[in-house]
Design a protein around this ligand. Structure first.
Ligand SMILES: Nc1ncnc2c1ncn2[C@@H]1O[C@H](COP(=O)(O)OP(=O)(O)OP(=O)(O)O)[C@@H](O)[C@H]1O
Length: 321
């Protein structure tokens, strides 16, 4: 397939099993040109597996994908396409003994470094120091500079803000919005919906290896109900929480809070029949939106345990693209 600027990333029924674990199960989606796409899922959902297949670091069991028109199973085409791709892996395997500057020189010589100074002003790793002295955040910033400095058309990042402090996270968000304005296509994974919400045009949600949702973030939040906090008597609380659409009520000293997934008019009518001391209506906490798609917290914890196992396996060569 030739390069189609309208669809820089096309994933078709991508499947990967590691023996007993099906890490990706017929995952399909398309990222449009100039779009910022968030790939969400809890630990162990299979996000890194998809990303590593897209970069040719893992072979799919079945299915395929194209990045900038290159079939990921075609090594030569993929190598050529990677010159115009930026990649930030989750596990930054920089060589410990060299300085950040050397890392950037090496990647610059291979792929270009037209935006190196601009990137170093925004993200500020101590490039004169050896990598072994870097904090996690410093490594992440060096990785961001490296991923963008050759001015790629498509950028693929695995948990790009992990380890960044809140100020740098905000700088990242602003930077990604500017990149979209410049026409760069950005695809990144995260398990933090609030972060993705601020910058992404669309999200795909992965759960246990399958894509369970693909839509725009506002629609996702809209469908996830409202967070309601009511100050009222015990008797009123009992009646209010019996309403259809009340999910996960939690008592506090003066009332109750819950997620309301029903018709807002029905809630307002019910509230009007009681002596309410105070009421707050707002967006649901991100975690609740997620729980809706991921199921119980126990299941999410299960994912964590699988991830620990995955971490013990070798991921050599990931930064070397
Ligand atoms: N090399 C491997 N061998 C066996 N199982 C693996 C391997 N790599 C990953 N897995 C398993 O595949 C599943 C998906 O893992 P993956 O790392 O892709 O998830 P993830 O969504 O990126 O998680 P996280 O957000 O924690 O990085 C997990 O159950 C994991 O344990």
């Amino acid at each position: 397939m030739s390069d189609d600027p309208e669809h820089p990333l096309v994933v078709e029924e991508l499947t990967k099993d590691y023996g007993s674990v099906v890490a990706n199960d017929t995952v399909s989606f398309t990222v449009n040109g100039g779009e910022v796409f968030g790939f969400l899922g809890p630990n162990g959902a299979g996000k890194s597996t998809t990303i590593r297949m897209l970069l040719g670091l893992l072979k799919p069991t079945s299915g395929s994908a194209t990045v900038l028109g290159a079939d990921i199973r075609d090594e030569a085409a993929l190598t050529e396409a990677k010159r115009r791709i930026g990649y930030l892996p989750a596990h930054l395997g920089f060589e410990e003994g060299v300085t950040g500057e050397t890392v950037l020189d090496y990647h610059g010589a291979m792929k270009g470094e037209g935006r190196r100074d601009e990137m170093l002003e925004l993200f500020t790793p101590p490039i004169e120091r050896p990598i072994r002295e870097y904090s996690t955040g410093n490594k992440r910033m060096l990785g961001l500079v490296q991923a963008f400095m050759h001015d790629p058309d498509l950028v693929i990042m695995d948990e790009p803000t992990a380890g960044l402090d809140p100020l740098k996270q905000e700088a990242f968000n602003e930077f990604i919005r500017d990149e979209r304005d410049r026409g760069t296509t950005v695809f990144f994974s995260s398990h933090v919906l609030s972060e993705v919400r601020r910058v992404c045009d669309r999200v795909g949600i992965l759960r246990a290896g399958s894509l369970v949702e693909l839509e725009n973030v506002e629609a996702l939040l809209h469908r996830s109900g409202k967070h309601v906090r009511v100050h009222a008597s015990d008797a009123a609380v009992a009646e209010i929480t019996a309403l259809d659409g009340v999910v996960g009520p939690e008592r506090f000293a003066e009332g109750v809070q819950f997620i309301y997934a029903g018709d807002v008019n029905a809630l307002l009518r019910e509230l009007a029949t009681h002596d309410i001391r105070d009421v707050e209506l707002g967006e649901p906490p991100i975690e609740d939106v997620f729980t809706h798609y991921y199921g119980s917290r126990e299941e999410a914890d299960e994912g964590d345990r699988s991830e620990e196992a995955a971490d013990r396996t070798t991921r050599a060569g990931e930064t070397d693209v």
